[in-house]
Design a binder for this molecule. Sequence first.
Ligand SMILES: [Zn+2]
Length: 261
Amino acid sequence: MYKILKQGSCRAFGKTIDKRALNKFYEIPAYCIYLEINNRKILIDTGYSNSFYESTKNFPERFMRYVTPVEKNILSLEETFRLNDLKLDESVNILISHFHPDHIGSLKELSNNKIFASERELSLYKKLSSVKKVKNAFLEELLPKSFEFISLESTLKSEEFNEYFEEVYDIFGDKSIYAFSLFGHSPYQFGFYVPEYNFFYVADAIYSEKNLFLDDKLSKTLKMISWDKVEAEKTFQNMKKFVEDFKDVKIIVTHEVFEGE
Ligand SMILES: [Zn+2]
């Protein structure tokens, strides 16, 4: 089974997110995915949490509050789990797509869990100046005090799907979950493909699945906010090629703009 969970939201002007959106502000949800597969419990990304406000008390971090007006009084991830009849405990493995606040927001609650994330991305972000960290939406304060994780890049490198994505990892070595390189939006963003449930979680590589099926190019806004425009466009084209060949795959984005319309 798998379940898409909403963990907090943020307000944004529609047109800046997708050209098909209306001229109004949208409440943009941050989704994460809980799944059970091969006797493993897994959570992909961790959404927002109230830690966002604690970690943006001072400047320059405070700027983040204006760029992404995050919902206040967000339920803890544990409560979100409970409301969905799920249990969040230390046996849940955590997969992180990239180190932006809406993906690592609840990590402080999960410091005793097994966490998988890109080591290259974290070490790159950590070397930036404090202003550049904020400019690139990296809030180091959101990380647990003693932050230990397994590098995605240290998991089993796979030759499968290499015609679509430059780097592919078979995370648990049993072909249950693949990490696909979706670089560009952030330095080393990964998406996660789960063949058994036939979904591909693409995180922030796009903001709506419509982008992938209706557009020829990555949207201007997504390009503008990306870490590397060339890589982000390349990733977009790679994903298009993938969905052309895997026609019935379900694309799951972190922020589906058109949800509920
Ligand atoms: Zn992001």
